[in-house]
Design a protein around this ligand. Structure first.
Ligand SMILES: [Zn+2]
Ligand SMILES: [Zn+2]
Length: 360
């Protein structure tokens, strides 16, 4: 027997979902679980559109089960709390990022690295512990265990802060983990999109000297004047790349298209680190000598734990860091996805969910 999304759970929910690999989103009535004792239920106010949403609705990673309601940069206001909830009360502003569950008992979970837990439950398109699918923030409300709910800092804007829940932690966490969070340290950021522009702001707030690498010369002005980066290098300019040799302590590479990394490894100082947060389709080509000489590191990083995500939001609020956004109504989402595919957004779409979603 097939159980329809709208009758799996007792509480009716409403959102936008893709039903096939065309990725086209349309209204979906589904359901969410009743508020458990440790659960927080909240009305969705804003939800960012992450590049992963685009990959996921089109089943480009081959794991999508339809219908899928994306969205993992979710900000809202609490409407109900379970009897054992300690951190939140009705009316609190909250956020949910890329995870809504994990085992809570493995070594990763015990060390506040829930993002590395093998039983992690993604905010959408993942099987819940009860076997039902998770649905994301392109929807009227959410319910999550309070452990995975973030406290929203008082002075952090709800709309332009929303993308920090994915783009913010994805860039903040590697800067911290790899020691690139100190004043005067020289940091490169490759790619100036949703992730890259937040990476520049985070690194600047840590006091780093930031170099932006991009293949789009037109982004130089945005990088230097808009985002206050210290240097801009067109990565197609062989001479400029050559001149940057040996200058950077670390690089955050946010590009998800295939691109050569040898020139980036050359730009690192001895013991420098190249951290990948974008995921190109093709395997990377790395000459062993480019790592051996100067004991360089190539690493990857995936979001961050819940404790660190809270720390990141507080840091962003303290330093006035938000994403540069274009706010859209939810019925614009398909056009937004098309524009995102063409990188035609500076730099993140955020859906004004509460003011534009209507139950049918
Ligand atoms: Zn994301
Ligand atoms: Zn775990």
């Amino acid at each position: 027997m097939v159980i329809l999304p709208e009758s799996e759970h007792p509480i009716k929910a409403y959102g936008y979902a893709a039903r096939d690999p065309s990725g086209s989103l349309s209204p979906l009535t589904f359901s969410r679980r009743a508020t458990g004792e440790k659960d927080v239920r909240f009305k969705v106010l804003y939800c960012g559109i992450c590049h992963s949403d685009l990959h996921f609705v089109k089943n480009e990673w081959g794991v999508t089960k339809y219908p899928v309601t994306p969205g993992h940069e979710i900000v809202g206001v609490v409407t109900e709390v379970g009897s054992k909830v300690e951190k939140f009360k009705i009316g609190d502003k909250v956020g949910v990022g890329c995870m809504v569950g994990s085992c809570r008992s493995c070594r990763s979970c015990d060390s506040n690295y829930e993002q590395d837990c093998s039983k992690q439950i993604g905010t959408y398109g993942f099987p819940n512990f009860d076997g039902t699918q998770t649905y994301g923030g392109y929807s009227d409300h959410m319910v999550s265990d309070e452990h995975f709910v973030l406290r929203w800092p008082e002075n952090l804007p709800l709309d332009s802060g929303a993308p920090l829940l994915c783009a913010g932690i994805t860039t903040y966490s590697p800067l911290r983990y790899f020691g690139l969070d100190k004043p005067g340290i020289k940091v490169g950021v490759v790619g100036l999109g949703g992730l890259g522009h937040v990476a520049v702001k985070m690194a600047k707030a840590f006091g780093a000297e930031v170099t932006v690498f991009s293949t789009t010369p037109a982004k130089e002005q945005e990088a230097i004047e808009g985002l206050k980066a210290d240097h801009f290098i067109n990565s197609k300019d062989v001479q400029k790349m050559q001149a940057a040799r040996g200058t950077l302590d670390g690089i955050i590479d946010t590009v998800s298209g295939n691109h050569p990394i040898a020139p980036l490894l050359n730009a690192l100082t001895p013991r420098g680190k190249l951290v990948l947060v974008g995921a190109p389709e093709k395997p990377l080509e790395i000459a062993a000598f480019s790592l051996i000489m100067g004991r360089k590191t190539v690493a990857g990083s995936n979001i961050g734990g819940i404790k660190e995500t809270q720390e990141m939001l507080d840091f962003a609020a303290e330093h006035g860091i938000t994403a540069d956004i274009e706010v859209i109504p939810i019925d614009y989402v398909n056009t937004a996805m098309e524009r995102l595919l063409k990188s035609d957004v500076r730099y993140r779409f955020v859906i004004d969910v509460a003011n534009s979603i209507k139950a049918e």
